[in-house]
Design a protein around this ligand. Structure first.
Ligand code: GLN
Length: 248
């Protein structure tokens, strides 16, 4: 068995070690004897996203999001939309997540018209939302508690065509107001969680892998791994900032 993983814009959307998510996805597949074939897709290069089983897009600053706009609208936007509608699993982080919405407008008023595969939009704010945070995934997205790190000025508002990935336990989440974090549409997952997200959240990583394996092979469960170190790191972070204010 194998999964084809496409890492989009690794050259520009690579904040806060988000490529660690790719490393974690590959390790947790390999530890189960499943091959992981990673294709990097920088600006200007082409790849058949229809061959991908899982697509990863990391985060970036306002400037980087504007840099990739032209490349995105040269056809990758249509390919992303087609893959999403076809049930391909996506993990998108912060700027990569915002990019799947209708638009991102910076605090200075610079508007980036994005893909619109997720029914949401984002507006930059004067104060950045920065810090460790935690959220509980909705049951349909595995129900695990996630610990992470967020750093964004964008406040994301969800429309009726998309569900939250989870509910904020501590920190800001989508906008620091409505208590939602991230978004889910079909097998597209968006979150503000940098860090990288997956090493300290093995349950959520396995949930993502299972959505891709289920679509490709009908797999319904993954062999258990000894996650003691990962769970220890997860629980330590959860305890360390569980007192933190919930801005949601
Ligand atoms: N530039 C976007 C914002 O500030 C995304 C930031 C990021 O990817 N960390 O909201």
């Amino acid at each position: 068995m194998e999964l084809n993983i496409c890492h989009m814009y690794p050259d520009v959307l690579n904040l806060y070690g988000d490529r660690g998510d790719i490393i974690t996805l590959c390790r947790r597949l390999n530890w189960r004897g499943i091959d992981a074939n990673v294709t990097r897709l920088p600006i200007g290069e082409k790849a058949d996203l229809g061959k991908a089983d899982l697509i990863f897009i990391g985060g970036g600053q306002d400037f980087e999001q504007q840099v990739l706009l032209e490349d995105l609208h040269r056809g990758k936007d249509r390919e992303i939309r087609d893959a999403a509608e076809d049930g391909v699993t996506f993990l998108t982080i912060c700027g990569g997540y915002q990019m799947l919405g209708s638009y991102y407008e910076t605090f200075e008023g610079q508007r980036c018209d994005f893909i619109g595969v997720l029914d949401l939009y984002t507006v930059g704010s004067k104060d950045r939302m920065i810090g460790n945070y935690s959220f509980t995934c909705e049951e349909e997205s595995g129900g695990s508690t996630v610990v992470g790190f967020e750093n964004h000025s964008g406040r994301t508002m969800l429309g009726s065509g998309v569900r939250p990935l989870g509910r904020v336990l501590s920190g800001y989440g989508n906008n620091g107001k409505d208590g939602t974090e991230g978004a889910r549409y079909k097998n597209v997952f968006g979150t503000y969680s940098h860090g990288p997200l997956l090493p300290k959240n093995p349950a959520f990583c396995d949930f993502l892998l299972l959505t891709a394996l289920q679509r490709k092979y009908g797999t319904t469960e993954l062999a258990p791994l000894d996650d003691a170190p990962e769970i220890s790191a997860h629980d330590e972070m959860l305890a360390r900032f569980s007192h933190q204010k919930n801005h949601g």
